[in-house]
Design a protein around this ligand. Structure first.
Ligand code: ADP
Ligand code: MG
Length: 395
């Protein structure tokens, strides 16, 4: 199914293995605030050291402006990795060049060296071939395990593969296998839950899901563009006017394909989006002028819970409401709980805010698979090319 060579298809013993990981983690007060992405990279790193490779790690962190910037240093990440993996991780403040090459040449089999943030060099984001070549000088082979950055054609995610034999890491391979497997051969019924603020962000994903899922539950801000497409008035709720016509076509497509596209029947509304907003529940035909729908209502929650409970495959992306604020968190929470409760189904969750919602409600352990790549998983689902994957050796 996964058509690229992986780290398991090559003898890594004694080799300098240049590994792109996604250590773009949130920091707070100079320490790693959430180490999920570091943990996710451990299987590949452990595999490499167990097989006597010399592991050179590279990653980006945040959005520095192509120059060194201490607030985006990977040093706190190195400390966190050392603790998680239980061994020393050397650090090179230079990303490329003589000092970095020297640090690599001092390594022995089974050692780990972390390079400083690759985005401290302007050549990273511009995918400068010279910079990619200098990165390539630090390895004998290249491994990409940064699924979360695979949709970007940067020097460390794609460019470097022009100069070294390039393989997939275990996390990247698993992400792609899981997500493409869901699209091609899901256990049925396959229920997809889609929310988030904008329909424009997710249009390609909805389009793909209609082709293969049985039920599509829509929530979040995107629901209003669909409701307008059905001729309803939605007050001041978020609507993307340019997307009303495409949404109409999408409703028709779902009908033609026999996919059950379900829209919310009621909403939690308020006149302002604040923590202490006064809220009311109304049917979807009753949203008054100057009021906004900011969460799905209790009847919708019940309807969606029923669909989720009978699913064999569940994919969830996008919060059902403004879950960041207490008055509008219930819909997202209830849906997340329902997904976690169905343990006969394979459940997959993708998307930055959806994963944040799972964490907020302590439900991460309850689902089968949490994708580490927000943007990358959406690109993959809509069938767009992932430069970081395309650049790897074919099987
Ligand atoms: P993800 O990162 O999981 O893909 P999105 O980025 O598409 O999700 O959407 C998340 C955002 O959508 C959240 O910040 C949430 O507050 C917002 N949102 C959800 N429902 C609504 C709504 N009814 N009106 C406005 N914004 C909403
Ligand atoms: Mg988001």
């Amino acid at each position: 199914m996964f058509a690229k060579k992986t780290v398991k298809d090559v003898d890594v013993r004694g080799k300098r293995v240049l590994v792109r990981v996604d250590f773009n983690v949130p920091l707070a007060e100079g320490a790693v605030a959430d180490d999920t992405r570091i943990r996710a990279a451990l299987p590949t790193i452990r595999y490499l050291i167990d097989h006597h490779a010399r592991v050179v790690l590279m990653s980006h962190l945040g959005r520095p402006s192509g120059a060194p910037d201490p607030q985006y240093s990977l040093k706190p990440v190195r400390r966190s990795l050392q603790r998680l993996i239980g061994r020393n991780v050397a650090f090179s403040p230079e990303i490329v060049g003589e000092e970095a090459e020297e640090a690599v040449s001092r390594m022995i089999d089974g050692e780990i060296l972390m390079l400083e943030n690759v985005r401290f060099d302007p050549g990273e984001k511009s995918n400068d071939p010279e910079f990619a070549k200098r990165l390539a000088a630090l390895g004998d082979i290249y491994v990409n395990d940064a699924f979360g950055a695979a949709h970007r054609a940067h020097a460390s995610t794609a460019g470097v593969a022009a100069y070294l034999p390039a393989y997939a890491g275990m996390l990247l391979a698993r992400e792609i296998e899981t997500l493409t497997g869901m699209l091609s051969d899901p256990d049925r019924p396959f229920v997809a839950i889609l929310g988030g603020s904008k329909v424009s962000d997710k249009f390609g994903v909805i389009d793909k899901l209609i082709d293969c899922c049985d039920v599509l539950l829509i929530g979040g801000g995107m629901a209003f563009t669909f409701l307008v497409a059905k001729g309803l008035e939605v007050g001041d709720s978020i609507v993307e006017t340019d997307w009303v016509e495409p949404a109409k076509k999408m409703l028709e497509k779902a009908r033609d394909k026999g996919a059950d596209l379900i829209l919310p029947t009621d909403f939690v509304i308020a006149s302002e989006m604040t923590e202490d907003a006064e809220t009311r529940v109304v049917g979807r035909q009753e949203i008054p002028k100057r009021m906004m729908g900011l969460d799905i209502g209790p009847s919708t929650v019940e309807l969606y819970k029923g669909e989720i409970a009978s699913a064999k495959t569940i994919f969830w992306n996008g919060p059902m409401g403004v879950f960041e604020m207490t008055p509008f968190e219930t819909g997202t929470k209830e849906v997340a709980v329902a997904v976690g409760r169905n343990n006969r189904a394979v459940s997959l969750v993708g998307g930055g805010d959806s994963v944040a919602a799972l964490k907020k409600f302590n439900l991460e352990e309850r689902v089968t698979f949490v994708s580490t790549g927000g943007g990358a998983s959406m690109k993959l689902l809509e069938g767009a090319a992932l430069p970081g994957v395309d650049a790897l050796l074919d099987k």
